[in-house]
Design a binder for this molecule. Structure first.
Ligand SMILES: [Cu+2]
Length: 99
C-alpha cells in the first residue's frame, strides 16, 4: 500500500502541480546587513523598502536609520547583496556591502 501511495504521489508531482509556496526557497534563505546612507525620514525608509522589495527573493527588510543599517532577509538563490546595493543606488541611497 505504501508503495502505491508513493507512486501516486510521484504521479501527482510529475503532473505539474506546483509544490507548496515557499518550501523550495527555505534552504536558500539568508540575511545581510547593508550600510545605507541618506535615510533621513520615514519616507526615505519607505523608498528603501520599496526598492529592495522590487527584487525577487526578498522576504524581509528591517531599517535602522540611526545606525544607517538595513537588514535584509532574502533567498540566496534568487537575489544577491550586490543587486540590493545597485537597487538602493538607483533609488538614490549610497550603500555598501558589509565588510
Ligand atoms: Cu526622507
Amino acid at each position: 500500500m505504501r508503495l502505491i501511495a508513493t507512486v501516486v504521489l510521484a504521479l501527482v508531482i510529475f503532473a505539474g502541480i506546483p509544490p507548496v509556496q515557499g518550501e523550495e526557497g527555505k534552504t536558500g534563505l539568508t540575511s545581510v546587513a547593508l550600510t545605507v546612507h541618506g535615510m533621513m525620514c520615514s519616507s526615505c525608509q519607505k523608498s528603501v523598502e520599496k526598492a529592495l522589495f522590487k527584487l525577487e527573493g526578498i522576504t524581509d527588510v528591517k531599517v535602522d536609520m540611526k545606525k544607517n543599517l538595513v537588514e535584509v532577509r532574502y533567498d540566496g538563490k534568487k537575489a544577491t547583496p550586490r543587486q540590493m546595493v545597485e537597487a538602493l543606488e538607483k533609488a538614490g541611497f549610497r550603500s555598501k556591502l558589509p565588510n
